[in-house]
Design a protein around this ligand. Structure first.
Ligand code: SAH
Length: 494
C-alpha cells in the first residue's frame, strides 16, 4: 500500500521494500516522489488503469507479477491506499498463491480514512457516528440485483464513505434519498485528498450533486455522508497550512531526506525539484597532497559548507588518512548545518559566526592571537575567496584546499526550459551556483523566462547572483539556513 498520495503517508515497511526492490509495478495514482525512493537500477513498470478497467487487464497484471517473480526478482507491487481496500490486491495475491510464489502484504494508509482526515473529518466521533461504512460508487445504483444494500446504507445512522464516487455521483445520491436518507444530511466531496491539489466541497445530500457538477470534480474523489462532516470547520487543517497548494520549484536535489523539500511539503507546498548542482571529487594534485601534509601544523581549519567535511574525508582517504589527522586544529564552521556535519563525526566545533557567510566569519572571529597563525580552508573549487583574503589581512598564513567541485547536472539541460516556463509561486535559490547554472542551462532564446521567476534566496550573495542575471528576488532569508529560507518563503506567500 502506497498510501493516498502524500508521500509522507507511506509506511516504514513500505519504504524499506521500495528501496530494495528490483522491479516496481505501480498504478496511476502513485506520485513521482514515491518512485524516487526506488533504487536507480530498479525497473519501473506502469500498469495504471483508467476508471473503466476491464478484467482482462487485471489478469494481465496478475500474470506479469507471476512472471517477474519466477525470474527470481524482488518485486514490489505498489498500489494506491491500502491494497485490500477496493484495490484488487486480493486477486493479485491469490494469483501468486496459486503459483506458489511467496509474498508479503504491506497494508497502506487507505484513502477511505486518510482523505476525510485531511479534510478535517473524523470518520467516527463519539456522539456523532459510532459506525462507518465504506462502499464503492463503481456499481450502478439503478441495477436491480445490486450487491449493495442501498436501503440499509440509507438507514445506517453512521458515516458513509463512498470511494470511486465521481462517475455515478448523481445516481448514488438519488438512490440514497429515494431510500429515505434526509436531504439535509451533511456531505463532503474531497478531490485529490492529501495532495497539494486537495479540494473539498461541502453541502448536503440535497445540494451535493449540483455543486459537484458545477465545480467539475474529477476522480479521484471521496464522498463522505453524515453528521461528522459538521466537524470540518473546526478540524480542517491541511488546507490551512501556510504553503498549501503553492507550487514551489527547488533548485537542489530532492535527495533522500532532503530537509528543504520535506519542510515545504509538510507546510502543504507542491514541491518540484530541479537539481542544478552536482558535487564531484577533485583530482588529487601534488599541491593538495602537500597541503594535507601540513594539517598537523595548522591552527585553524575552516569549513564553509556542510559538504566540505564529507569531501575532505574522501580526499584524506586517498592519502590513507582520516579525521584523526585534524587532531589539535581549531575547527570553524560557517553555519549550524556545517557545524552539525562536523559534530556527527564526533568533532568539536570551536567557532560558528552570527551571520552564516564568509563575511560573518571574518567579522566574529576572535582576532587576537591570529597573527602569524596558520589557517586552512576546505571548500569547493572556484568558490568565493572572501574568507581567504580576509584571513590574510588578519595576518594569518592561509592555504586553500579545494576538496570538491560543483558541476551542472547533465539532466538539467533537458528539463530546464520546460521548468522555467511554468508559473511558480516561488523558486528557491540556495547558492549562487544554483542560480548561475539555472541561467546558463537555459537556451539563449529562453533566458527571458529566468527574469520572470520569483526567486526566494538564502542570502545576499545568492540574491546578488540572481540579480546579476536579470533575475527577480522576491524574498531573502534573514538567516542563511534552510529554516531561514522556509521562513522567508512563508512570509512572502502569506
Ligand atoms: N486501495 C485504495 C482505493 C482504490 S479505489 C485505498 O485504500 O485508498 C480508488 C478510489 O480511491 C478513487 O476512485 C477514490 O475514490 C479513492 N481515492 C484514492 N486516492 C484518493 C485521493 N487522494 N483523494 C480522493 N480519493 C482517493
Amino acid at each position: 500500500g502506497a498510501g493516498p498520495g502524500d508521500p509522507g503517508l507511506l509506511t516504514v515497511r513500505g519504504r524499506q521494500l521500495l528501496e530494495t526492490a528490483e522491479v516496481v509495478v505501480y498504478d496511476h495514482l502513485i506520485g513521482p516522489q514515491l518512485l524516487a525512493l526506488c533504487d536507480a537500477q530498479a525497473r519501473r513498470v506502469y500498469v495504471g488503469k483508467s476508471a473503466d478497467e476491464r478484467s482482462t487487464s487485471q489478469q494481465r497484471i496478475n500474470r506479469l507479477l507471476v512472471r517477474l517473480a519466477r525470474q527470481g526478482r524482488q518485486v514490489v507491487r505498489l498500489k494506491g491506499g491500502d491494497p485490500f481496500v477496493f484495490g484488487r490486491g486480493g486477486e493479485e495475491v491469490l494469483a501468486l498463491a496459486q503459483s506458489r510464489i511467496p509474498f508479503e502484504v504491506v497494508p497502506g494508509v487507505s484513502s477511505a480514512v486518510a482523505v476525510p482526515a485531511y479534510a478535517g473529518i473524523p470518520v467516527t466521533h463519539r456522539g456523532l457516528a459510532s459506525s462507518v461504512t465504506f462502499f464503492t460508487g463503481h456499481e450502478d445504483p439503478g441495477k436491480r440485483d445490486s450487491s449493495i444494500d442501498w436501503a440499509a446504507l440509507a438507514r445506517s445512522p453512521g458515516t458513509l464513505v463512498c470511494l470511486m464516487a465521481v462517475g455515478r455521483l448523481p445516481g448514488i445520491i438519488a438512490r440514497l434519498r429515494q431510500e429515505g436518507r434526509l436531504d439535509s444530511t451533511p456531505c463532503a466531496l474531497i478531490e485529490r485528498g492529501t495532495w497539494p491539489q486537495q479540494r473539498t466541497l461541502t453541502g448536503t445530500l440535497g445540494t451535493m450533486a449540483a455543486s459537484a457538477r458545477h465545480a467539475r470534480v474529477q476522480a479521484p474523489a471521496i464522498l463522505v455522508i453524515g453528521n461528522v462532516v459538521r466537524l470540518r470547520p473546526q478540524v480542517r487543517w491541511a488546507e490551512q497550512r501556510p504553503l498549501f497548494g503553492r507550487r514551489v520549484l527547488i533548485t537542489r536535489a530532492m535527495e533522500k531526506g532532503s530537509q528543504l523539500a520535506e519542510q515545504l511539503m509538510a507546510l502543504g507546498a507542491d514541491v518540484t525539484a530541479l537539481p542544478t548542482v552536482v558535487l564531484r571529487p577533485v583530482p588529487l594534485t601534488a599541491r593538495t597532497r602537500a597541503a594535507l601534509a601540513q594539517i598537523p601544523q595548522t591552527d585553524w581549519v575552516f569549513f564553509t559548507s556542510a559538504e566540505g567535511i564529507v569531501w575532505l574525508q574522501d580526499v584524506l582517504r586517498r592519502v590513507r588518512k582520516d579525521v584523526r589527522w585534524l587532531k589539535g586544529c581549531h575547527l570553524a564552521a560557517i553555519g549550524p548545518k556545517t557545524a552539525l556535519s562536523l559534530r556527527r563525526l564526533g568533532l568539536q566545533v570551536d567557532f560558528t559566526p552570527r551571520r552564516y557567510q564568509q563575511e560573518g566569519v571574518l567579522k566574529d572571529l576572535p582576532r587576537q592571537r591570529l597573527q602569524g597563525k596558520r589557517a586552512m580552508l576546505f571548500n569547493a573549487a572556484g568558490s568565493r575567496d572572501v574568507l581567504e583574503q580576509g584571513l590574510r589581512r588578519l595576518g594569518m598564513q592561509v592555504t586553500r584546499v579545494p576538496v570538491y567541485r560543483t558541476l551542472m547536472p547533465r539532466a538539467l539541460q533537458a528539463r530546464v526550459a520546460a521548468a522555467c516556463a511554468i508559473s511558480w509561486d516561488a523558486v528557491t535559490a540556495t547558492s549562487a551556483s544554483s542560480a548561475e547554472h539555472l541561467y546558463q542551462a537555459l537556451p539563449k532564446r529562453k533566458r527571458r523566462d529566468f527574469k520572470r521567476l520569483p526567486f526566494v534566496s538564502i542570502g545576499p550573495i545568492t540574491s546578488a547572483a540572481v540579480r546579476a542575471r536579470g533575475g527577480r528576488v522576491v524574498a531573502q532569508a534573514k538567516q542563511a539556513t534552510m529554516e531561514g529560507l522556509v521562513e522567508a518563503l512563508c512570509r512572502y506567500l502569506k
